[in-house]
Design a protein around this ligand. Structure first.
Ligand code: ZN
Length: 262
């Protein structure tokens, strides 16, 4: 599925980047970042005293938008999803920029507050590093991870906090290729310890999609997303008011691409 672009996307991005009408972000002695031109990634970094430390634009280092970190919850749900997908496109085409961001500034500006624009429920699999996959940095996405990307009470509580308190505008429930948890559920073999506690959560997807690993993994992401929409009154209410979107997705670890499933 291709996410439709809407006009609120650009509006949301402008809000995110220039919460004060294009002027600088940062208070008092905080490092300040200003938007220089029409490009969201062209910024001038000012020192604490306000002097220009250096022009940082298209030809130089592209700074992370620390102001974005503190205003990104103004994004619309569609814009938040689009931001994630754009980040994944950068990642999957070897054009990631998150590593170029000034982590010291992002850390400093998020000490007291976080406003992640989206949340992701992903598998614990080491091949699904969520911030990397979406080319995001400090303070930008609220991540919950558990083998099989399943919805539990604790996961619901975490995602409710992300949405209701922190203001995330989209929740991506993301399965992935070659998922060991789904594979184990399909095989239903004996496993040590409490690993089999994962099975009942994933079994409905196997029942629905059959023993094909990719089909079952995609079905599981869709089932968990639906469960999240239904099981949480907080999330259901935000979805009903069009203040939040909950979308299932599938990550192909070979290509690095994320596909939305519904
Ligand atoms: Zn997995």
């Amino acid at each position: 599925m291709i996410l439709p672009l809407d006009s609120s996307y650009e509006d949301g991005r402008r809000n995110r980047e220039t919460p004060s009408g294009g002027s600088c972000s940062g208070e008092g002695s905080e490092p300040r970042i200003c938007e220089q031109g029409p490009s969201r990634r062209q910024f001038i970094r000012l020192t604490a005293g306000g002097a220009v430390a250096g022009a940082i634009g298209a030809a130089g280092v592209q700074l992370g938008t620390s102001n974005a970190v503190l205003a990104q919850s103004k994004l619309s749900p569609d814009a938040a999803l689009q931001e994630l997908m754009e980040g994944n496109r950068r990642f999957s085409t070897n054009g990631a920029t998150a590593h170029e961001k000034d982590l010291a500034i992002l850390r400093k500006n998020t000490i007291e507050k976080q406003e992640p624009f989206a949340a992701v429920l992903s598998c614990a699999d080491s091949r699904v590093p969520v911030e990397l996959v979406f080319d995001q940095s400090i303070g930008q996405i609220f991540v919950t991870r558990i083998a099989g990307n399943m919805v539990t009470s604790e996961i619901i509580a975490s995602l409710e906090y992300g949405a209701a308190v922190l203001g995330t505008k989209a929740i991506l429930v993301m399965g992935h290729s070659n998922c060991g948890a789904v594979k184990a559920t399909i095989q239903a073999k004996g496993v040590p310890g409490q690993i089999s506690a994962l099975y009942p959560h994933i079994q409905p997807a196997v029942d629905q999609a059959g023993p094909n690993l990719e089909a079952a993994s995609k079905a599981n992401a869709k089932i968990q997303a639906a469960l999240l929409r239904q099981a949480s009154t907080v999330i259901a209410d935000l979805v009903k008011k069009s203040e939040l979107r909950v979308v299932a997705a599938y990550y192909d670890i070979a290509s690095g691409s994320v596909t939305l499933l519904n």
